[in-house]
Design a protein. Structure first.
Length: 277
């Protein structure tokens, strides 16, 4: 594996101690947070609401231009934050090693890839499908974390990673709203079908990783939180009540129904506003 090769090169380098010291210096633990709903969380929520208002205002003038700008800015910030997180999680310890559990292919990691692809394409059928996916599935995933941040940052003591995670999900919501504004009046079954196809592809890749990585690396992973080897408290009752294939199918159906609801609500709202004004 490429990561293992890089780690081996690193272990043999003369700068090993310097890299460890640097990683630890930028990831010093902060006092345990009494609650994920602290002052910093509410600052992030306020910033998110302000950015949403700005995006909606700009979208009224030129929705596609606003969306493409969001893709570029969000992708750059997200990748900078992700590289920081991966560096900290790998090197900020006495014996550096890569934990494949943190490989960036969770549901909320999808914008790392879809935003970049959309920013490059700028238009076309693939761009439209990805944008519809970002406006529904990714928007909902980002909102879930912002409503219940303890699921992601509840036990994190490194403020840098808390900042990175909340910024990532704020950008998911803001860019999702920009995509929603750009496509609300054009939503139809074909666009929904295409967004569902994008979601299906990501699910298939996630499941391949859930089974392949443990076999190759010996480490259990839980991409999209639907892996068969690690049960989250939230999903445990469903995994116990249903067979694994049925659980995955229900996961896909529930998220897809919510995405369809978001798409339909945005469509109806945009046409109601159009009729009124």
């Amino acid at each position: 594996m490429k990561v293992d090769i890089l780690l081996n090169l690193y272990k043999n380098s003369l700068n090993r101690e310097k890299i460890i010291a640097f990683a630890k210096s930028i990831s010093k633990p902060t006092p345990p947070r009494q609650s994920p709903y602290d002052w910093f969380y509410f600052i992030c929520v306020a910033a998110m609401l302000g950015l949403i208002a700005l995006v909606v205002y700009l979208s009224l003038k030129d929705s596609k231009k606003t969306l493409n700008a969001c893709y570029v800015v969000s992708a750059a910030l997200m990748w900078a934050g992700e590289l920081y997180k991966q560096f900290i999680l790998t090197f900020a310890k006495d014996i550096p090693s890569y934990n494949w559990y943190y490989f960036p292919f969770q549901f909320c990691s999808m914008p790392l890839y879809t935003y970049v692809i959309a920013a490059i394409l700028k238009k076309g059928k693939v761009y439209d499908a990805i944008s519809a996916f970002n406006a529904t599935y990714c928007l909902f995933a980002g909102l879930l974390v912002m409503i219940a941040p303890e699921s992601v940052v509840g036990k994190t003591t490194c403020f840098g990673i808390v900042f990175q995670s909340l910024l990532h999900h704020v950008l998911m919501v803001v860019t999702g709203v920009a995509a929603l504004c750009a496509y609300a009046k054009d939503y139809d079954l074909i666009l929904y079908r295409n967004s569902f196809f994008v979601f299906s592809v990501t699910i298939v890749i996630a499941e391949i990783l859930n089974f392949l990585l443990p076999a190759v690396t010996g480490q259990k992973v839980n991409m999209f939180f639907i892996g068969p080897y690690i049960k989250l408290n939230f999903f445990a009752p469903f995994l116990n009540a249903f067979s694994y294939p049925i659980f995955v199918l229900l996961y896909v159906l529930v998220f897809s129904e919510i995405a369809a609801g978001i798409m339909y609500a945005a469509y109806k709202f945009s046409h109601r506003v159009k009729k009124r004004y």
